[in-house]
Design a protein around this ligand. Structure first.
Ligand code: HEC
Ligand code: HEC
Length: 403
């Protein structure tokens, strides 16, 4: 590049940087403060009297909040309609579980926001789960899955769900044998993955392709981002501003899914039913052992170790993956252990500065929110919920003896 054009390019880059910094400065300062009255007539800031300047859709995008774009599956599992349709059948098929009684959809129910509506999940017969079931809506966008981020791909996550003693307790060879006695599946696997199957890994790939179609639609916040500023009530607009400024939520809940995809300790309280069910105690300790936790820890632990299960690093104890905040209206109860039944409880928890944890994140501290501010945050959180993502429950192909 000739020196002159290089200077022009540099100048342009510097110009853009200045504009971005200026926009962020305006956002953080809460707009044009010089014209805002220091004492407002009404206790609730309002754009009518100039005491509240909402963020624009443009500013929201500069801050990194954006529409969901196309999902990309890994290169070795490209999306096709036929694969996704096969995945839909498998997602609803209980024959993928050891006792042929639970399917993925037993815990990820479309009518329950693709979760199960329980604080802690029910688990495979004879065991009781010790974590809350997250939704699978938008799960194809997450680079890490599960509350402790242990799975890095949707298909690998599905394999874990099928094999896991507390979910579907299934042996991969048994899955393959069952699928081979269902002629319709044999044909579909043949068409999608080529002859020789069905294989367990291909089943997980088809399920991943299907899950990549379960996406948020029509959330008011997305309509706002597209330029319809009336899609957010003034309360939700105030909530959005609080979220990105004084309440500090966007330090962790950012980007188009409202998550940094990282781990933090909030000290969410242990719900009573976590430690009052002997079967859950058995499942919990067995699972800790199975994941390589030392005996002194798995016998004495009174709470979910979270990220520690993956890293075995002391300071990761009690840290969990920041969940996305889209579709909260469909996915109560909240947190890794379902400790909070409502979003009001979640907001009160943050307002109080989180809970007790030796690894409490430094970003968590008391907020001193007014009742109006809490209501505003709530209105904003509700604007992230779109239409229910409903999928018809398929009619499953029958077994037949195949030689
Ligand atoms: C017994 C209930 C149950 C069944 C059956 C079940 N799941 Fe889950 N699912 C859960 C729970 C609980 C978690 C959280 C696990 C964790 O954090 O360790 C989860 C996590 C997930 C996640 C991660 C979501 C996220 O954002 O982190 C996906 C995706 C998922 N399951 C898909 C599936 C699929 C596909 C199947 C079927 C092959 C399945 N699940 C079967 C209960 C269940
Ligand atoms: C330090 C990072 C951090 C900050 C700051 C933060 N969160 Fe969270 N948020 C998390 C993590 C991590 C979880 C999951 C914690 C768990 O399950 O133990 C979570 C969970 C949630 C949930 C439950 C979601 C679900 O599906 O269960 C909501 C709602 C939520 N946060 C809203 C907020 C709001 C509103 C604020 C600001 C007042 C906020 N968060 C500030 C990290 C953060």
């Amino acid at each position: 590049m000739p020196i002159r054009s290089r200077w022009i390019a540099l100048g342009a880059a510097a110009g853009i940087t200045v504009v971005v910094i200026a926009v962020i400065a305006v956002i953080l300062s809460g707009g044009d403060d010089s014209s805002a009255p220091t004492v407002t007539a009404s206790p609730t800031p309002s754009s009518a009297d100039g005491s509240f300047v909402p963020l624009t859709a443009f500013q929201a995008r500069v801050l990194g909040f954006d529409l969901l774009d196309e999902v990309e599956l890994p290169e070795d599992n490209p999306f096709t309609e036929a694969k996704s349709e096969l995945g839909r059948l498998l997602f609803f098929d209980p024959r993928l579980s050891g006792n042929s009684a639970v399917s993925c959809a037993s815990c990820h129910q479309p009518a329950q926001g693709w979760g199960d509506g329980l604080s802690l999940s029910f688990g495979y017969a004879g065991s009781v789960h010790w974590r809350n079931t997250p939704t699978v809506i938008n799960s194809a966008f997450h680079p890490k899955l599960d509350w402790d981020g242990k799975a890095l791909r949707l298909d690998i996550q599905a394999q874990g769900a099928m094999k896991g003693a507390v979910a579907m307790n299934m042996d991969p060879v048994m899955v393959e044998e069952r699928l081979r006695q269902i002629p319709d599946y044999v044909k579909r696997f043949d068409d999608v993955f080529g002859p020789g199957g069905p294989w367990f890994t291909d089943a997980s790939r088809a399920i991943a392709a299907f899950q990549s179609t379960i996406l948020s639609t029509n959330a008011p916040f997305d309509r706002f981002l597209e330029g319809d500023e009336a899609a957010l009530s003034e309360s939700a607009q105030r909530g959005f501003k609080l979220f990105t400024t004084t309440a500090g939520c966007s330090a962790c809940h950012r980007g188009r899914l409202f998550t940094d995809e990282d781990f933090h300790g909030l000290g969410v309280p242990v719900p009573e039913d976590f430690s009052t069910d002997p079967i859950r105690e058995i499942t919990f300790r067995y699972q800790l052992h199975a994941r390589g936790v030392s005996e002194d820890v798995y016998r004495s632990a009174t709470d979910d170790p979270g990220l520690y299960l993956v890293t075995k690093i002391e300071t990761d104890f009690g840290q969990f993956r920041t969940p996305m905040l889209r579709e909260l209206g469909q996915t109560a109860p909240y947190m890794h252990n379902g400790a909070f039944a409502t979003l009001e409880e979640v907001i009160d928890f943050y307002d109080a500065g989180g809970g007790e944890s030796p690894n409490l994140d430094p970003l968590i501290s008391p907020l001193g929110l007014t009742e109006q501010e809490k209501a505003d945050l709530l209105a904003f959180l509700h604007s992230l919920t779109g239409d229910p993502v409903l999928v018809e429950e398929p009619e499953l192909p029958p077994y037949e003896v195949i030689e």
